[in-house]
Ligand binder design. Structure first.
Ligand SMILES: [Zn+2]
Length: 189
């Protein structure tokens, strides 16, 4: 099934080519929520979101894996901005989800977790509350992922469930039960 949420593709936002082609694999058991932990920079516009997507990709491609190799591409699968705009992260993510699969990514430190879709939310949600438009797009994206990957909304988790990190921030982490409730209420019957 195709995603119902509008997702700006890597071509739309002018991603640079990955170092190697990301591989598709059977998807993992969770949907993993992140925050960028930075001060929002997109201004809530599509153009600002494209700039942010390019900046994150540039930063991620400087990072090094445990094996000593550089990340091949953006680590996450989706970027959800403060304007509620959604951008493809790692190349081939949309292609994979549409096939009920995932791309091997680099957002959650563990191999199994990196086969789960990872959603990066623009902002620092340690104490701050997410704008409603961003929350709504996060809910809609999670509904799409649950439908396409045949996952129950109860499998939504935070990055800290898989690694020693504060991500996705105390406030956003505390809202995951509400996110699960909201996603469940919008799941098609
Ligand atoms: Zn994270």
């Amino acid at each position: 099934m195709a995603l119902t949420v509008k997702v700006y593709t890597t071509a739309d936002w002018g991603a640079v080519a990955p170092r190697s082609t990301p591989k598709l694999s059977p998807h993992g058991s969770y949907i993993i929520i992140h925050h960028t932990a930075g001060t929002p920079s997109s201004g809530g516009s599509v153009a600002g979101g494209k700039n942010l997507a390019r900046a994150i990709q540039k930063d991620h491609m400087k990072r090094v894996t445990k094996n000593g190799t550089k990340w091949i591409d953006s680590g996450h699968n989706f970027l959800n901005t403060i304007g509620g705009h959604v951008f493809e992260g790692r190349h081939r993510t949309i292609e994979a989800i549409n096939q009920g699969k995932c791309v091997n990514s680099a957002h959650s430190d563990q191999a199994a977790a990196n086969k789960c879709p990872g959603i990066e939310n623009e902002g620092n949600y340690t104490t701050k509350v997410m704008p409603k438009v961003q929350w709504d797009s996060l809910v809609d994206l999670c509904v799409d992922l649950c439908v396409n990957l045949q996952l129950d909304p109860g499998v939504i988790r935070g990055h800290r469930d898989f690694a020693a990190t504060q991500c996705p921030g105390n406030w956003l982490y505390s809202q995951l039960p509400q996110l699960i409730t909201d996603v469940r209420s919008k799941m098609p019957t």
